[in-house]
Design a protein around this ligand. Sequence first.
Ligand code: PRT
Ligand code: ZN
Length: 213
Amino acid sequence: MENIIRIAVQKSGRLSEDSLSLIKECGIKFYNGTGKLKSTSTNFPIEFLFLRDDDIPGYVSDGVADLGIVGENELVEKDKEVQVLKKLGFSKCRLSLAIPKGEDYPGINYFDGKNIATSYPKILGDYLKSKNIKAEIHEISGSVEIAPSIGLAEGICDIVSSGSTLMMNGLKEVEQIFKSEAVLISNKYLPEEKRAIVDKLLFRMNAVQTGKS
Ligand code: PRT
Ligand code: ZN
């Protein structure tokens, strides 16, 4: 089916609301009832897949979805071949290194020989390598901030937005290693018919953004 495009958006989480509002502001109508994993617009040739954000880069690089909206942190971590069409300006955050707040921090060498818990082993590994630091990366999938207090690791590398989660867990941010926001991504090999629909969508998204600035 080449006269309709498919976009993967987060089912529920920090990206969902802004992703769907942006699409609605583009004048695209669709139904997204709770629990529905797929929906087709009634006035634009687009179908929605509601997924976990972790799966979005892979679905877009495989061509299961033509487009996706995902955080740059997830995109870079998953290391899939896709094209970034547009930065979307929402879900802004950073990936930072943090340590217990009572510790002295002399600089990045602090982490030499230490254990760091994270859900972003690739981004962290690349960063440590670029700084010539040899640390042990301990991959965990969630609640990273409690790792130091339970003796699992000496430091953490996790997403920070306001900083209050770090504070509540007795940690302080010592290095910002990656800045992220939501981006619109596309499969690299779209046929021309789909490309034309994507261009139409991009034109509307640009108009929405210009209207806001
Ligand atoms: O279920 P699914 O896998 O789809 O969702 P998820 O739980 O993996 O992701 P979700 O919905 O939490 O976040 C989706 C994306 O939003 C992330 O990949 C980031 O690109 C972006 N984002 C923006 C954030 C935050 N802000 C954020 N604050 N993602 C996570 N957080 C968490 C962070 O992990 C930490 O626990 O919030 C806490 C820190 O927030 P502050 O404000 O206390 O600093
Ligand atoms: Zn996720």
